[in-house]
Design a protein around this ligand. Structure first.
Ligand code: GLN
Length: 191
């Protein structure tokens, strides 16, 4: 709908997938997994409504369609939001409480290296842009990464619950496709 769609398509292709845009409800039947790029979560919800995709997307994810949400995509997946816009809806398929624009003004946008569970080959260079964090994760949610140092040390920035993956940061602009590869692997390991 919005955000780094082109960059995610390129990263998915580099990670070995065949990547297509999803714009209409019928496109959902043609994919084995879906990425929700970052952008502005309230705008994305408006666009999902305008394209009549909100409910079909929610149903597809509920039915087991693997999904990876980055930044605003993480917000969209969250079951509970803090600092949401008034009346802001989410797909609610990930059992976490997500705080929007969590990093505050002085580190609104920043970059740091993270250890990400299941991603081998050294730390991941993570780019955060007015990013959310996971304030609280439900019992079935695996924490994949937390911030290592600085004012946000210990904050949860990558999670997985079943085949739902979310990161606060934007791997598609860092030129490192290891997270996309991990998601492609999750998708291809399904029957
Ligand atoms: N702050 C944005 C929101 O609330 C997310 C920012 C991003 O995706 N880079 O939707």
């Amino acid at each position: 709908m919005q955000g780094d769609v082109r960059e995610h398509l390129a990263a998915l292709e580099e990670a070995g997938a065949r990547a297509v845009r999803v714009r209409h409800p019928e496109d959902l039947a043609r994919v084995d997994g879906i990425v929700l790029p970052g952008g502005e979560s309230t705008t994305i919800v408006k666009l999902l409504d305008a394209f009549e995709l909100f409910e079909p997307l929610r149903t597809a994810i509920e039915g087991g369609l693997p999904v990876y949400g980055s930044c605003a995509g993480m917000i969209l997946l969250a079951r509970r939001l803090l600092d949401a816009a008034e009346g802001q809806r989410t797909l609610g398929e990930l059992d976490v409480t997500v705080r929007r624009n969590a990093f505050g003004r002085q580190i609104d946008s920043f970059e740091t290296d993270l250890e990400v569970e299941g991603v081998t080959g050294g730390p991941f260079h993570a780019v955060f842009i007015r990013a959310p964090w996971v304030e609280e994760a439900g019992p079935g949610v695996q924490v994949l990464a937390t911030v290592g140092a600085g004012p946000a040390a210990g904050r949860i920035v990558a999670v997985r619950e079943r085949d739902v993956v979310a990161t606060s940061f934007h791997p598609e602009i860092a030129g490192d496709v290891r997270l996309h590869r991990k998601f492609v692997q999750i998708v291809s390991e399904r029957d």
